[in-house]
Design a protein around this ligand. Structure first.
Ligand code: FAD
Ligand code: N01
Length: 556
């Protein structure tokens, strides 16, 4: 790590400390400052942007439409910033984050290249004491975790990985200077959203690309396109109404470029109420519009296995119609989880890429990786007695995902009242009230924490809601003359039970997804986000506030 620009803070005092300078940390800092509070943000990266700072792999872009995946808190910002495409690229989103930081003069309160290692609540002092890997020590009555849901990359535990003598890259820790794969034999491990965005671009560049797939994912076309300035101006003229719909979660809040507001929500209540031809027509319409709204084909997709199977079958037929080699097409068809129970991928030319002569899919279910060696990957034989295959590689790309939702929090030594460790409290899975506070951890807030819609939503919508609610809560503390706010254990237990109940009423727990913690060895299998949608969640939060902050205890 390079030398940080600023000397470490020594026993510095602030009204609030924020960890993370992605979209959550930036907006939090802006609101804190605007309220006259002093704040310090610590960020491990050397710049703002979070996800969009770290994930620079080829093809990285958002899958929520940019006009929706952007801040709504400042009409001036909305007006002055223009997006060039329906789904902006990573460089453009990063530029936007940098623009926001500059426009609101946020960087002066951010300390970069500082990894927060510990946060301990001092009950006598009623302050959180925070320390970083660069030796910063600081304290504040309020601590806000803006550490991200997908900010801890996972390195797979594959035998021999470190023996590989070629170049190795992690999609989520991509070199800033970019990588030239021209003339190379490249391998990609993983077929989640990151890989599905990267593969078509890697295939264009590399001499040969091998895709190592353990589990296929469902992917729908993005139908990305440039944004016509006139169209954008018209959209912005009606921004307040669009934003209102995004906040209600209609169309999942993912965007509405291709959808008339009246079309928001599921196309039909039940896929089973339609004939095959009728349902196919609904699916085809959504497929042509592009994006995650494909999952809104019918309301029962996430709750009824037969309805779900019909939507999955439609995608299988699309894959088979696109991919010429039947064995490859077959391997690309997901069958081990219902559609929508893992994050749907949104792609540009993903399936068609497998028709290229220089691309090969290796189905790891048939021939698992035996080990990685200096010159490439050794596969296990398909049949006992056969020779295993060696695949020679110059470069290896790991697109193997994240320790999602709890990973960044659990990596910090967080201790609350009575020096209780967060990792102990969460040993059997995260427990929060509204995904916002944790009983026994006074004045500690988590932005888009587990137990909130977070990763099931357009995250910008959820981030803004949480930041606004935290600010309201701080205001309530002032009004009541309170120095401490805390979630009550009863409210937390009730919320955890409700989150589980909502998840269990759906097909979501049927998948071995990262939503369930299933991608991390030893992680408790608990469905972590709140699945009732951002509209319902917002209503719940408003009800909590109207009831005098039900479930929160204020004391002085
Ligand atoms: P992050 O952007 O993850 O920022 C958290 C920051 O905290 C990071 O910079 C990290 O370095 C820092 N941090 C963490 N721990 C520490 C510590 N201990 N000390 C110091 N700093 C720390 N969501 C959508 O809604 N739509 C999309 O289209 C979309 N696309 C995505 C594409 C990719 C490739 C990925 C990985 C995620 C995507 N997401 C998307 C989810 C995305 O993470 C959120 O949309 C959003 O950017 C999260 O912002 P954040 O500030 O909460 O977290
Ligand atoms: O990670 P993933 P991701 N051997 O966990 C495979 C957001 N995002 O970075 O399923 C072989 O989805 C693993 O296989 P399996 C979005 O929320 C959004 O792609 O465990 N393979 C899987 O295929 C997304 O959901 C965008 O069998 C191994 C892959 O690695 C989230 O981030 C773009 C393996 C990991 O897929 C995470 O996406 C990018 C092993 N040992 C990310 N270990 C947008 O488009 C893991 N795998 C907006």
């Amino acid at each position: 790590m390079s030398t940080p620009e600023h000397a470490p803070d020594q026993n510095a005092q602030f009204d609030a400390i924020v960890v993370g300078a992605g979209f959550a940390g930036l907006y939090m800092l802006h609101r804190l400052r605007r309220s006259g509070r002093t704040a310090r943000v610590y960020e491990a990266a050397s710049d703002v942007g979070g996800t969009w700072y770290w994930n620079r792999y080829p093809g990285a872009r958002c899958d929520a439409e940019s006009l929706a995946y952007s801040y709504s808190f400042s009409p001036e910002l909305e007006k002055e910033w223009s997006w060039s495409e329906r789904y902006a690229t990573q460089p453009e989103i990063l530029k936007y984050a940098q623009h926001v930081a500059d426009r609101f003069d946020l960087k002066r309160d951010i300390r970069f290249e500082r990894q927060v290692e510990a946060a301990h609540y001092d009950e006598a002092d009623r302050k959180w004491k925070v320390s970083t890997d660069e030796g910063d020590t600081a304290s504040a009555p309020i601590l806000i975790m803006a550490t991200g849901c997908l900010s801890v990359p996972l390195v797979p535990d594959i035998p021999g990985l470190d023996d590989f003598a070629g170049r190795r890259f992690q999609a989520s820790l991509w070199p800033h200077e970019g990588v030239d794969f021209s003339g190379e034999r490249v391998g990609v491990i993983g077929t989640g959203s990151s890989a599905i965005q990267a593969i078509p671009q890697l295939a264009e560049q590399a001499a040969h690309l091998t895709v190592f797939q353990r589990t296929p994912n469902f992917s729908v076309p993005a139908h990305n396109c440039p944004l016509d300035p006139e169209f954008q101006a018209g959209f912005k003229a009606n921004y307040p109404e669009h934003r209102r719909l995004h906040r209600l979660g209609l169309g999942s809040g993912f965007g509405d470029l291709q959808v008339e507001p009246r079309e928001f929500g599921p196309a039909v209540e039940s896929a089973l109420s339609l004939s095959d031809e009728e349902f196919d027509a609904v699916c085809e319409g959504l497929w042509q519009k592009g994006g995650a709204i494909f999952l809104t084909a019918s309301a029962d997709i996430v709750v009824d296995e037969r309805a779900n199977a019909r939507l999955a079958d439609f995608v299988h037929r699309k894959i088979r119609a696109t991919v010429r080699d039947p064995e490859t097409a077959d391997a690309l068809c997901p069958t081990s989880h219902p559609i929508g129970t893992k994050r749907i991928c949104v792609d540009t030319d993903y399936y068609a890429t497998f028709n290229r002569d220089n691309v090969r899919l290796v189905n790891l279910r048939r021939t698992p990786i035996e080990r990685i060696v200096a010159t490439g990957v050794d596969l296990s034989p398909e049949n006992p007695g056969d020779e295993g295959e060696h695949i020679g590689l110059d470069s290896l790309v790991l697109a193997t995902g994240f320790d999602a939702m709890t990973g960044a929090l659990n990596r910090i030594d967080i201790r609350g009242a009575g020096a209780a460790r967060l990792t102990d409290r969460w040993a059997e899975g995260p427990r929060t009230y509204l995904g916002l506070m944790i009983a026994g951890f006074p004045n500690l807030f988590t932005i888009t924490g587990p137990g909130s819609p977070s990763v099931l939503s357009n995250m910008l919508v959820s981030i803004e809601q949480h930041v606004d609610m935290i600010m309201d809560c701080l205001g309530e503390m002032e009004t009541r003359g309170a120095t401490i706010v805390e979630a009550t254990p009863d409210a937390q237990e009730g919320w955890v039970a409700h989150v589980n109940e909502v998840a269990n009423a759906t097909l979501m727990p049927k998948a071995g997804s990262w939503y369930m913690g299933a991608n991390v060895p030893g992680k408790p299998r608990v469905f972590m986000p709140y699945g009732a949608g951002v509209g319902v969640y917002r209503e719940v939060c408003e009800g909590v506030v109207e009831d005098g902050w039900r479930g929160f205890s204020f004391s002085s």
